[in-house]
Write a protein that binds this ligand. Sequence first.
Ligand code: PLP
Length: 491
Amino acid sequence: MLYESSRGGVAGVSSAEAILRGIAPDGGLFVPQSVPELDLTGLVGCDYTQTAKAVLRLYLTDYTEDELDKCVQSAYNGRFDSHTPAPLTPLSDRLHILELFHGPTNAFKDMALQLLPHLMSLAEKKAGNGSDILILTATSGDTGKAALEGFRDVPGVKIAVFYPKGGVSPMQKRQMTTQEGGNVAVSAVEGNFDDAQTGVKRIFTSPAFAEALKKRGWVCSSANSINWGRLVPQIVYYVFAYTSLVRQGRIKQGQKVNFAVPTGNFGNILAAWYAREMGLPINRIVCASNRNRILTDFLRTGVYDRNREFFTTHSPSMDILISSNLERLLYELGGSSEKVRGWMEGLSETGRYGVDSALKSRLDSLFWAGCCDDSETVDSIKDVYERFGYLSDPHTAVGVKVCEDYARASGDKTVTVAVSTASPFKFAKAVLLALDPAFSSDDDFLTCERLSRISGNAIPAPLAELKEKPVRFAGCVSKDGLWEFIEGFLP
Ligand SMILES: *Cc1c(COP(=O)(O)O)cnc(C)c1O
């Protein structure tokens, strides 16, 4: 299996090289030159690691069976607090929740970021030149912690994470500033997420920086969700959710299901599309957004327009106006690389592009899109709790609300899996607005304890343990201070 750029600049790239580079040299994203077919027959009897291996081997053909085996064992065995990394909880005969938050950082980013470091170390051996790897990440919360946890103490790797000073939740901040490991560094950046992201991008694309790194025997890479090494592990849990439904006797093999996905950068939902394209029996993929409804508007009209106000919401991991992974879908659905290039130029020059009617009708046949604001999110948390006794985080609640809107609007009775992307304890304050609106505290641990007492659910150990952990990284740099910070951190 070889990879090419969605903007046409390169082709014939191995998976190891795609993972090592992260982004194609022409600014495009790496996509597989064809989508492999999945043989579901034997998979119903498989556990999560076996399923992961069956999917990965179709895409990462330059990794040996033995290498993939070791990678998935290290990533998924003993690292999750549930009987399987991706348990399925039924709410009703028709609606099921796929819980992807049982990893060490309690958000779905762990599903890929527990595996990526292993794939990346091997990629450097296969396609690199013996350099050590410096991972640079700007984060609005969940990615940074999951990347730190995934890459901590991986030999030959160092990781630096930058987060916007006032832009993450207290729990997310504490998760990062107390991070353990001998190869990690964390700093706040004066400014918002865009400032942190721009600072990191500037370093990434600076030839002087690359040269300085090279002299010291380092090469820079990225752990953000445009890396193919993050996308491919995400295909696995869609397959596993399907085979779990068959195993539990809830559907017959071959019967179609819907998936509903709370969406930000379009990585998670794109993995559902790849699973469908590989032959997984999926009817409709429901794209759920919060008040930042740029994807809802795009999927309904075919026009992507980021010239709009940005809102901070109760579901911050979906507060985004540029959904990078959408570029891959546009390319896969028949936009040629010339068209994709044109659209992306439009996006960077005018903040806007519109797709042609052929592509729009393909989108219509695959996706349904909807959104809800903060008060509807709180209502959804309450409603799901009262009707089903199920505690959902704000991102998950957006997904459930939109998938019920879809069922009502369409009359579609297909069995549906709503993807749950975070533990409710990571966003306890917003969840309590639904369950106990009179409660108010700025202390995250008191808030978690209150939520635990009301719901009877235990606080996940990785969050509870933070209370005792010393802060290691209290610093903050200016927008222009990132390089200096990194220099101080490299040997
Ligand atoms: C990252 C994240 C999302 C959005 O996922 P994308 O792949 O960026 O669309 C949704 N919910 C949570 C909790 C997340 O951390």
